[in-house]
Design a protein around this ligand. Structure first.
Ligand code: NAD
Length: 487
């Protein structure tokens, strides 16, 4: 059995306790993980604080920080295969997806390497004589980063990259479900030569590790990705230290298909949008909103494609859908599906939890027309698509916005003016037109409503890890007059 360690203050350690990690494809224990509790969290935050104020990190130029980030990017690229295999083993995400995604993670680090020496302050044209006033941009401080199990290397890169570019130090808490890839990534941080304590990577459970980290008095900012219910705890925890927060949460994203769309192309995007990563994707296009006149035609293409999907071992390059990450997730998907069918939703395909080992669930499509199905409101975070139809553009927009979430959306139409109206009308952080699920380090990403606040990606994300300091410098050599002598 493999044993992993965590990374605190530049050292690899065993931790206070240990827990077992399960291979979701078999349900068997495959590795042992270190479990951080209060004392380890304290140690990690202390190391980050020391690195921020006392270590060599604070004295590095921004260009030197950038060079370390470039080195890290190269190491991620060189080790992508190994990291991908670990992520696949520990979370069940198929190797086809993990290898492509991790190779791209290197580009995120490269992008932020280039940003490091482009974070500029400013000079203010102040309304007083003999005074120079400018703003310095300084790192916000020690950052706590908490991520869920899916795509941990990606979800942490969009935090670690900009935070390092900005000069912050950090404690990253990997999810207790599938922490192996992030713990292995720590070895690359070490090899890249970041000073001890700049990046600390631990894992542990929500209440005994994540919450302790979030309310730690030395934490200045919490960058969280996960579900809205946990995010409420994160905000409560942040109140302890009045830390700022950025929250990347779940979604119930609409995928709108008009009758004039290229249906074959839209169906491919929809299949990727809901069944990729076995539906465990925050941007999953989980609500199909299709024009009534093409509903049957579109569903028949989708059904054919969904039934042709190759389900199998996540380590096999030919596999298209692997298991869900945990038994808990499999049970959640099955229970929400049962509730939805009980409410009147009709099964078009899938829906049966297969017999045998592993936490598999087949691609499933539910017709929810005329039904108040919970599947239209609640996040499965699994391979289940809910379908409703519309007669007019106004109805399509109303249905798209009929959610408390607002992460992503897709619009498929050949009508340019209609596409523009929908871009403006949809209340979500991302609108994809005639495409879906595209991301880039250059493009900001984040949600509205229950999908959270703050943006990851782009230059603005690096600025979010800074705060300004206002400097006033009097440039006159004349002595300051006595304030109590009348003139
Ligand atoms: P979760 O909210 O249960 O857990 C996320 C992380 O929070 C884990 O590391 C967990 O240990 C930690 N945690 C749990 N309780 C905590 C507490 N009280 N204080 C601090 N940390 C705590 O999420 P999950 O079920 O692991 O992941 C699925 C959710 O993540 C879905 O809602 C999904 O949409 C969302 N997600 C969002 C994005 C995005 O970028 N918007 C990306 C991926 C996943």
């Amino acid at each position: 059995m493999q044993r992993f360690q965590y990374y605190i203050g530049g050292e690899f350690l065993d931790g206070e306790a240990r827990f077992q990690s399960i291979d979701p494809a078999t349900g068997d224990v495959w590795a042992e993980m270190p479990e951080a509790r209060e004392a380890d969290v304290d140690r990690a935050v202390d190391a980050a604080e020391k690195a921020l104020y006392e270590g060599p990190w604070a004295k590095l130029t921004a260009t030197q920080r950038g060079k370390l980030l470039y080195r890290l990017a190269d190491l991620v690229a060189a080790n992508a295969r190994k990291l991908a295999e670990l992520e696949t083993l520990d979370t069940g995400k198929i190797i086809r997806e993990t290898s492509a995604q991790i190779a791209y993670v290197a580009d995120y680090y490269r992008y932020y390497a280039g940003i490091a020496d482009k974070i500029e302050g400013s000079y203010l044209p102040i309304d007083k004589p003999d005074m120079d006033v400018w703003l310095r941009r300084e790192p916000v401080g020690v950052v706590a980063m908490v991520v869920p199990w899916n795509s941990q290397l990606f979800l942490s890169a969009v935090k670690i990259g900009p935070a390092l570019a900005a000069g912050c130090t950090m404690v990253v808490k990997a999810s207790e479900d599938g922490p192996a890839p992030l713990l292995e990534f720590a070895r690359l941080v070490h090899e890249a030569g970041f000073p001890a304590g700049v990046v600390n990577i631990i894992t542990g459970f929500g209440p005994s590790c994540g919450a302790v980290l979030g309310r730690h008095p030395k934490v200045a900012h919490i960058a969280f990705t996960g579900g809205p219910e946990t995010a409420r705890h994160v905000i409560r925890n942040s109140a302890e230290n009045l830390a700022s927060t950025s929250l990347e949460l779940g979604g119930k994203s609409p995928f709108i298909v008009f009758a004039d769309a290229d249906l074959e192309s839209a169906a491919n995007a929809q299949v990727a949008g809901i069944f990729a990563a076995t539906g465990q994707s925050c941007v999953a296009g989980s609500r199909l909103i299709v024009e009534a006149s093409v509903k049957d035609a579109f569903l028949s293409i989708l059904k054919r494609k969904a039934e042709a999907i190759r389900i199998g071992s996540p380590l096999d390059m030919a596999t298209e859908v692997g298991p869900l990450a945990t038994k808990r997730q499999q049970d959640h998907v099955a229970a929400l599906l049962e509730k939805s069918i009980a409410s009147g939703a009709r099964r078009i395909t899938g829906g049966q939890k297969p017999d045998g080992v592993g936490y598999y669930f087949p691609p499933t499509i539910l017709d929810c027309d005329g039904v108040n199905s919970p599947s239209l409101a609640e996040e499965f975070f699994g391979p289940v698509l809910s379908v409703v139809s519309f007669e007019s553009e106004a109805e399509a927009l109303r249905l798209a916005n009929d959610t408390r979430y607002g992460l992503a959306s897709g619009v498929f139409t050949q009508n340019l003016t209609r596409a523009h109206r929908l871009m403006k009308g949809i209340r979500a952080g991302v609108v994809w037109v005639n495409t879906y699920r595209a991301v880039s380090p250059i493009a900001p990403f984040g949600g509205f409503g229950l999908s959270g606040h703050g943006r990851e990606g782009g230059l603005a994300a690096a600025l979010d890890y800074t705060r300004t300091k206002t400097i006033w410098l009097r440039t006159s050599d004349d002595p300051i007059p006595d304030p109590f002598v009348m003139r």
